[in-house]
Ligand binder design. Structure first.
Ligand code: HSE
Length: 435
């Protein structure tokens, strides 16, 4: 078998992790790829003091790797969507296969990059773009190939899950937990991508596209992050029997596809409610297999490198025998990709958790209850806390039954207009994961 040559662009956290896994596991990688996998070129704008490339050629101009005739597979690990897109296009146009960990690039430009790859008889692989080291792309695209996927829900941002876990278990402030996640190398270069849900939305779009055979449509995802979650909400949710997790949800329904990422109350006894720290997990419901759960490290250098190397091995197996890889990036070809309507968030139905501050005087609770009945929202549970000393207001927590989101928003406006309710009302969706 002829050896397969790879070039890595970007020697940051994931790049240096990939370098290490390729070097340390070279024997098993060669056995599984059935050919030697040689790292022959590194494109990096600066040195990484934690990663000595030894005798491997290093170029400061990353595009040198795309131009190198020796390179069969270019590994894009520079991140961002401007230079990364140009680099990937250059590699594909010069007949190189591409492996990337870049979820923003695939979520936003994947349709055109996959089409460009097909024009040049090469392919793009992105296992590392979703859920770090968990082989969820391969599971959706290959392992579950015999199923119609009905829905998937996942904890798909390690940083966000780490922060919520630290807040929940150790009572830490949001900012302290975020700084720790950054120091551990979990967070994106711009951590607002993690805490505002953008990173999770990128990953959700990629999974939904493979699961449902639809184009990548990042702009259609409803996106809400965790920056407004308070320790109080975490405590009240726990008292009601729930954990707060940041979830990505993709569901096929009769009216179209739901694509949404937001904080969610999950019943404490569900496996997903017990996924803690930087770990990720994705629950997938297949028509034949039923529910399946995938769990593992969602971020970090070597965990993500594990997924990058899995893509390299997959490609190397075919390239070693001069075969064009047959597994398509989204599992099906362009002719089988169908535009599916995405349901507007106003039309999605969910139960809700609400927390408001109410005046502690007669009649207020009855006004609150009337707003729910006027909007045909059924109350599942209601807790009123005793007032703190010298305080005339009390926290009121309401758990509703499922209602359409536009209905809930209307009720919220009415509640906020009551003179017995002060300030903004906190609202978090509830997912019971019953199917
Ligand atoms: N910032 C991402 C996360 C890294 O925390 O999940 C892996 O995509």
């Amino acid at each position: 078998m002829k050896p397969v040559n790879v070039g890595i662009c970007g020697l940051g956290t994931v790049g240096s992790g990939t370098f290490k896994v390729l070097r340390d596991n070279a024997d098993i990688i060669e056995a599984r790829a059935q050919s030697a996998v040689n790292l022959v070129h590194i494109g990096s704008r600066r040195d990484n003091p934690g990663c000595d490339p030894g005798g491997i050629r290093v170029s400061r101009d990353i595009f040198e790797v795309a131009r190198d005739p020796e390179v069969d597979i270019l590994i894009e690990l520079i991140g961002g969507t401007t230079d990364a897109k140009h680099l990937v296009e250059a590699a594909l146009r010069s007949g190189k296969h591409v492996v990337t960990a870049n979820k923003a690039l695939i979520a936003e430009y994947g349709n055109e990059l996959i089409a460009l790859a097909a024009q040049h008889n090469v392919t793009v692989r992105f296992e590392a773009a979703v859920a770090g080291g968990i082989p969820i792309i391969k599971a959706l695209r290959e392992g579950l190939a015999g199923n119609r996927i009905q829905w998937l829900v996942g904890i798909i941002n390690g940083t966000g899950n780490f922060i919520l876990t630290e807040m929940s278990e150790k009572g830490k402030q949001f900012s302290v937990a975020l700084a720790e996640a950054q120091a551990l190398g979990y967070a994106e270069a711009d951590p607002t991508f993690d805490v505002e849900g953008i990173d999770a939305a990128h990953k959700l779009v990629i999974m939904a596209s493979i699961a449902f055979g639809m184009p990548l449509q990042f702009s259609q995802v409803y996106t809400e992050g965790i920056s407004r979650i308070t320790p109080q909400d975490i405590d009240y949710a726990r008292e009601l029997g729930y954990q707060i997790k940041h979830l990505g949800v993709a569901k096929q329904t009769d009216g179209g596809v739901e694509l949404r990422v937001h904080p969610t109350l999950i019943p404490q006894q569900r496996l997903l409610a017990n996924v803690c720290g930087v770990m990720n997990a994705v629950l997938v419901e297949g028509s034949a297999v039923g529910p399946t759960l995938y769990y593992g490290a969602g971020a970090g250098a070597e965990a993500t490198a594990s997924a990058v190397v899995a893509d390299i091995v997959d490609l190397a197996r075919d390239l070693a025998v001069d075969q064009i890889p047959q597994v398509l990036p989204l599992g099906v070809g362009a002719d089988a990709i169908k535009e599916l309507p995405v349901i507007a968030i106003e039309n999605v139905r969910n139960p809700w958790y609400l927390r408001m501050e109410a005046e502690d005087r007669p009649g207020v609770m009855s006004q609150v209850a009337s707003v729910f009945s006027d909007n045909e929202i059924s109350i599942e549970a209601l807790i009123q806390k005793a007032p703190a000393q010298d305080e005339t207001r009390v926290p009121v927590i309401v758990l509703t039954n499922a209602t359409q989101e536009c209905n809930l928003q209307k009720a919220l406006r009415s509640l906020e207009a009551l003179d017995g309710v002060t300030g903004e009302i906190a609202g978090i969706r509830v997912e019971t994961l019953d199917g």
